[in-house]
Design a protein around this ligand. Structure first.
Ligand SMILES: Cc1ncc(C[n+]2csc(CCOP(=O)(O)OP(=O)(O)O)c2C)c(N)n1
Ligand code: SF4
Ligand SMILES: [Mg+2]
Length: 301
């Protein structure tokens, strides 16, 4: 499998910013066992990205990109919002979809990749905001899950429409007042994890992005289960620090506060029976691989 999927054209190399040259040179490719601990030696996102300073979406992006099990052969599908503006600054194949259409686009893309590259593993991962996933795109989101499309949907839940200045979203908390929603939310946060489970997702996780090791685990599980069994859904709290009045250093604490057991982003998971079986098989194989590597090392010593 080639590890050189994203390249800068030789003719343009000199005029590309060095930040972008570095991104392509040490992108998220190459080592099968790489993960969040490689962050620092590798590059997932250019420093001059388009998100506000300290926005938790940038942490989330880096952890996710570092955790993809098959980045060379992964296509990410974005949707309009703060999230989507980051895609030109990462070295993973991606396409932009019209706001809300992301799960419809991903359905067609995944099927087309199967036809175009038979026998080769191609992963599709949707990454969209809560407005795109739950409001305008809810129909497309649900229909993809009903049809058991084999890709992962990740929602960056910042509980409002951040990119357009703070309108109310279905995932906003009840009573919350935003800049463009001065009356306050009148109904409860839509329970999308429960809806995802009822709609046929085999792996559903709700958590914050405060812990990179947790994000690595859930991203890998979600992608592998989607590849083999059916749709998976991750709802990640990535607070919009700008809209909730926090400064650039306070995003992490906001997530830690919101993931306490009694709070609305306490860790929650649902794993279907076939998905549990798959994870057990993967874990057994990993153990075998580690034991074999250890034995080899001891023989060499
Ligand atoms: C079809 C369409 N409708 C509306 C918009 C305007 N629009 C752009 S971003 C956005 C909100 C995005 O909110 P969300 O999905 O939560 O992402 P966030 O910016 O919060 O990350 C809206 C309504 C658009 N670009 N296209
Ligand atoms: S507006 Fe909010 S969600 Fe968008 S980049 Fe800024 S802090 Fe992040
Ligand atoms: Mg949002």
């Amino acid at each position: 499998m080639s590890k050189e999927k994203i390249k800068i054209s030789e003719d343009l190399y000199d005029i590309m910013p060095s930040d972008y040259q570095d991104l392509v040179k040490s992108a998220t490719y190459g080592k099968e066992d790489r993960g969040w601990k490689d962050i620092g030696n590798s590059k997932e996102l250019i420093e001059q990205h388009s998100l506000c300073a300290g926005c938790p979406e940038s942490m989330a992006f880096r952890y996710i990109l570092a955790s993809l099990p098959n980045p060379e052969d992964t296509v990410m599908v974005g949707s309009t919002g703060c999230t989507s503006l980051v895609f030109p600054m990462v070295a993973v194949h991606n396409i932009h979809s019209l706001f809300g259409n992301q799960n419809a686009i991903a359905s067609g893309l995944k099927r087309a990749l199967n036809v175009r590259f038979p026998g080769r593993t191609k992963d599709v991962v949707v990454l969209a905001g809560d407005g795109a996933t739950v409001d305008i795109g809810l129909d497309m989101t649900l229909q993809a899950w009903f049809r058991q499309e084999k890709f992962t949907t990740i929602c960056f839940d910042n509980e409002l429409y951040a990119n357009t200045g703070g309108q109310e979203s279905g995932l906003m908390q009840k009573g919350f007042v935003a800049k463009m929603a001065p009356v306050g939310k009148l109904f409860d946060k839509v329970r999308l994890p429960e809806i995802a489970r009822e709609s046929g997702c085999h792996y559903v996780i709700q958590c914050t992005v405060s812990k990179p090791s947790l994000i690595e685990k859930v991203v890998r599980n979600a992608v592998m289960i989607a590849r083999e069994i059916g749709p998976t859904y991750l709802q990640l709290y990535t607070p919009c620090i700008l809209e909730i009045g926090k400064n650039s250093m306070e995003g992490l604490q906001e997530m830690r506060d919101s993931e306490k057991p009694t709070e609305r982003f306490a860790y929650r998971e649902y794993i279907s029976e076939p998905a549990k079986q798959l994870l057990a098989e993967v874990s057994a194989k990993d153990k075998e691989k580690k034991a074999a590597a250890k034995q080899l090392a001891s023989q060499g010593a």
